[in-house]
Design a protein around this ligand. Sequence first.
Ligand code: GLU
Length: 427
Amino acid sequence: MTEGTVRVRFAPSPTGYLHLGSARTALFNWLYARHTNGKLLLRIEDTDKTRSKGEFLDEILDDLKWLGIDWDEKPIFQSERTSTYKKYASQLLDKRLAYKEGEAIIFKVPKSRNIKVRDIVHGEIDFNTDEIKDQVLIKSDGFPAYNFACVVDDYEMGITHVIRGADHISNTPKQLLFYEALELNPPKFAHMPLMMGKDGAKLSKRHGAVAVVEYKKEGFLPEALSNYLLLLGWSPGKDREIISLEEVIKLFKIEDISNVQARFDIDKLRWINGECIKNKDTKVLANLLKDKVAKDINQNYLEKVVDLYKTRFHTLSELTTLTKAFFIEDFPIDVEAQKKLEKYLKDSKTKKAFAEFKTDLEKLKNFNKENIEKICRDIAKKYNIKPAAIIHPTRVAISGKIVGAGLFEMMELLGKKKVLERLEKYL
Ligand code: GLU
């Protein structure tokens, strides 16, 4: 290792899915490593045998990759390192800085000492050891306690900067005591303010999904989620909100991590996702949607639907709901839409105009949006009704929805045959 090379780590416990807060921690570690040309290491904190599960770990690693976070070197598993922790603990036993209690090894916390934590984000924080009770190093089952394993590993992995959640600030003085007792240099610390819900309470299921995998399933784009997580702790300045990770890698400085608690706002994330979708290549979007909309869809047709709707939805699953009528015949008709259509067609003049609209469309050779629109407007004029009186019921009949893309474009894309069949049902 060359002097000065930054080495950071992300240390998930595979006892659950990757939480948004942890994903943000991973992202900031990754950004710092990439900005400094350093290394990001992965440490799997799997010493809780009953709660750690392989499926959680697989999902965590998948989610990290999905977000664009890659790591260097082979991940380290704490469960494989118990003898190492014991070796360090026995050093402390030998120095009489720790004692045994049955099989467990306990660290004797010195009395009445002031421990100063120097934190890059929060500045200096003072702790008094009188508030810290003796610390378990090795539990009676032979596994290490979190704080001790963390110190041994951060040292052995050559970690230079620990970037993690502020929920670990109170662990830091304990860890500093271990560094001192083992005569090791501690890394630098940067604790990221916790992520709160919109109402200021700790982010929990109550605020919506908290696991990255749920956002993935819901059709959020990884670049949108990472973009938003980034804004919850850092800002590119000048009120910029949409920024690519490549650009952030250039700009990111650890000192710029915000020290105010971030509030997770799903609407903001949805807006960012919508922006990212708009900016995304239609072909790429179509590929993401391929298996979601229906079987054996013509690629060209799918791309046209995506183009038509690209600016009108916030998530991919919203798009699949919105565009069902383009892919299947038994698409659902919204209750409100049905009511609206019935209301229009109750009026005999409107119903007549609607019927004539269909007849004229039948005769139309070139079924394009301009021609369809002309027919619609001519008929409205002839019957002295607003074009909307034809447009609204037609939209419901062909799509089951009150809102959507421009009606004439929708009709052209659906094609003459389908449009006529669907209108026929209401006559
Ligand atoms: N496994 C711990 C956590 O997920 C890691 C804490 C640390 O980074 O030191 O909170």
